[in-house]
Design a protein around this ligand. Structure first.
Ligand SMILES: [Ca+2]
Ligand SMILES: [Ca+2]
Ligand SMILES: [Ca+2]
Length: 675
């Protein structure tokens, strides 16, 4: 289970400062200290000692940019540097790459100062904050890695007798219920067919494209994993260059498959304490499909070198050599500069720390990591999208708010559901949560904890032998998040196929509306879980985001085809005119045509046209298409040049599922007919 960093609010620092000052006699000193304390945007809890992050005025930045390492040329800053024996004052961001663009955004105003760890940190922060041209001071809090607890399972031991029912030849696909859930009770007792990301029909349209690059901001990705290597994004200049030399002169030495921002240097995954978390996340997005080995990835290609590409922006390393805020910001900046269009972030800090504190949220906006994320969003690295997509895990504390920074309005935060289609017991929900995906969960069976309800993917690390061939189950919103990143990557691949382009806001709207609803029945009663507790499902009603991500729906939305959900349990009476316009539009359905493939895919046992409605009985979950003839304007079709309605034809996608809700007339309630 993942644990998120606990971040105390800056208000506490301000209040503490105020309390201390109350004991002093001089009101001038009091005000000066309070003003300085307000510039400090977080507390020293969990922060790196011996370093501080700060943001200076434009004028100061332009003067110190070319100054020497330990001398800024600014008097007050240099006096402080001498006092704390500073060893370096350096910019956070890499102005060697896209420098003009970064200067225009003010990114050159972020600096770090390094000094001996014996110097009192909070004292140094206050002194720094008292300098006029220092506008913001941020403690270099360390990112805390989500706890992964992998449960290793060798795919060779798995019965793959059913593997021939799957679209690719990867033998472990039957364990990946999160892609194709066949409702097998042996994997998870409450497993329900179709409670997955509906990627199987999507794979008939696209399996990914190498032009779509995803940055894995996480533990180091095992770049030579047998099931990942072919989809790694490779820096050829470094691959073919010299060791310890920055061959492509991008400011990072030996960044072949990414970079380790906590320790500096090559990506690593074999340190004591590495859990395989980053490799697991990477596998969900881009494990190589159809290579006869291990697992499949959501956008891992078809086995012909055509998957999306990933690289490692490593912020977690070993037991505790994790990146701090400044280093994490650099990792995000690097992701943008290296060409990623999706930022995959299965981490964050604990939500309750800053809940309901608007003043703090506004202050925190100016943090160094926020600056980096906004830069990522501004970079156009995919021809189908005018910027970058940022996707965070919602968090695993079971709190009614997403973790930060994912909870910010502009970033997607992903909640987790289990193979039964119900909220996973650990998932955060409600405020700041945008969409849901499979995160899986452990469950109790005969009093022992079972892992087969979790997400199955690649792992690597010191506990895996051989280190680059591992597979494991993990649970968490950390595992849900890459499902959304993978589906988004598939969507962008398909948009490239079709030559379509979207703004970031349009694409986020398509993602968050390409979902299946949690039916109302999901929010009734209680559910027992592996940690011995019981969830009151009513607490989650309408709070899991817009719904469960559906890859096929996203592709249809990108194509511009409306999806019509139909039930496999009840007879459907569908008025297609409802899906082509708003109330008052004069549109009459005249006839329809369903292909043999669709009849087979949905197990259609009965279909008929009655009173303007198509009556359908489906016997299995699946997708297909239907062509509907309509009279636009008027109630009857004209002929020749006679004034009457115009006959039009439109294609709709039918999505058959067991849990579609219908109104009293059998019409599907939820639709994306607005498209
Ligand atoms: Ca380099
Ligand atoms: Ca090199
Ligand atoms: Ca594979």
């Amino acid at each position: 289970m993942n644990k998120y960093r606990f971040l105390l609010i800056s208000l506490a620092a301000i209040l503490m400062a105020s309390c201390v000052e109350d004991n002093l006699s001089s009101p001038e000193v009091n005000n000066e200290d309070i003003a300085a304390a307000k510039k400090i945007i977080n507390t020293a809890a969990n922060a790196d000692s011996g370093t501080l992050i700060f943001y200076v005025t434009e004028e100061c930045a332009s003067r110190i940019e070319n100054a020497e390492v330990t001398r800024s040329g600014m008097t007050e800053l240099d006096l402080l540097a001498m006092e704390i024996e500073a060893s370096a004052i350096k910019p956070v961001f890499n102005l060697k790459v896209n420098g003009d663009e970064k200067r225009a955004r003010g990114m050159h105003r972020w600096y770090t100062v390094d000094f001996p760890s014996t110097v009192a940190l909070e004292d140094a922060a206050m002194k720094l904050a008292k300098i006029d041209y220092v506008e913001t001071v941020q403690y270099a809090g360390k990112m805390q890695r989500p706890e992964a607890k992998p449960i290793m399972v060798d795919p060779a031991t798995i019965s793959s007798t059913r593997a021939d029912e799957y679209p690719f030849n990867d033998p472990a696909m039957p364990m990946q219920w999160h892609y194709i859930n066949k409702g097998r009770q042996s994997l998870y007792p409450g497993s329900i067919e179709g409670e997955d990301i509906n990627v199987e029909p999507a794979w008939k349209l696209t399996t990914g494209r190498p032009e779509v690059v995803v940055a894995i901001v996480d533990e180091g990705v095992c770049y030579n994993h047998v099931d990942l290597e072919a989809n790694m994004h490779v820096n050829e200049a470094e691959l073919n260059g010299e060791d310890n030399v920055d061959d492509d002169n991008n400011g990072y030495v030996d960044d072949v498959y990414g970079y380790n921002f906590g320790l500096g240097g090559r990506v690593s995954y074999m340190r004591d304490g590495d859990q395989g978390h980053g490799t697991h996340v990477a596998g969900t997005i881009a494990a190589v499909n159809n290579n006869g080995v291990g697992v499949a990835g959501v956008a891992g290609g078809s086995g012909n070198g055509d998957g999306v590409r990933i690289f490692s922006a490593q912020i977690f390393s070993g037991k505790e050599d994790h990146a701090n805020y400044a280093q994490t910001a650099a990792a995000i900046e690097y992701s943008a500069d290296r060409g990623a269009c999706i930022l995959q972030c299965s981490w964050g800090f604990e939500p309750n720390a800053i809940q309901n504190d608007n003043e703090f949220q506004n202050d925190h906006r100016y943090s160094v990591e926020y600056e980096a994320i906004e830069y990522f969003i501004s970079k156009k690295n995919c021809a189908a999208l005018d910027g970058g997509l940022v996707i965070f895990a919602a968090g695993n504390e079971g709190q009614p708010i997403a973790g930060y920074p994912g909870a910010y309005r502009n970033y997607l935060a992903v909640t987790a559901f289990a193979p039964d289609g119900l909220p996973a017991y650990y998932t955060c929900y409600d405020k700041g949560c945008n969409i849901s995906a499979p995160g899986g969960e452990y469950f109790l069976y005969n009093n022992s904890i079972q892992s087969t309800g979790c997400v199955y993917s690649t792992v690597a690390g010191p506990n895996v032998k051989p280190a680059n061939e591992g597979y494991a189950y993990m649970q968490g919103t950390s595992m849900a998040c890459p499902h959304v990143s993978g589906v988004a990557a598939l969507g962008l691949s398909y948009a490239l196929d079709l030559g379509k382009t979207f703004t970031v806001d349009q694409f986020k709207a398509l993602l968050t509306t390409s979902v299946n609803a949690f039916p109302d029945s999901a929010f009734q009663g209680y559910k027992d879980h592996a940690e011995g507790g019981s969830m009151n499902l009513a607490s989650y009603r309408n709070k899991m985001g817009t719904g469960k991500i559906d890859a096929y729906r996203l592709l249809m939305a990108i194509r511009g085809v409306s999806c019509v959900p139909v039930s496999t349990k009840e007879t459907n009476y569908i008025d297609f005119s409802k899906f082509v316009g708003k109330d008052g539009l004069e549109m009459k359905v005249a006839d329809y045509d369903i292909s043999e493939d669709t009849i087979e895919a949905l197990g259609i046992v009965f279909d008929q046209f009655t009173s303007g409605k198509v009556v359908l009985q489906c016997s299995k979950a699946g997708v297909g298409t239907i062509k509907v003839g309509m009279i636009a304007g008027g109630t009857m079709e004209g002929s020749g040049i006679i004034t009457a309605g115009m006959r039009i034809e439109r294609e709709f996608a039918l999505i058959a599922r067991p849990d579609v809700e219908t109104d009293e007339n059998g019409n599907p309630i939820k639709s994306d007919g607005w498209l």
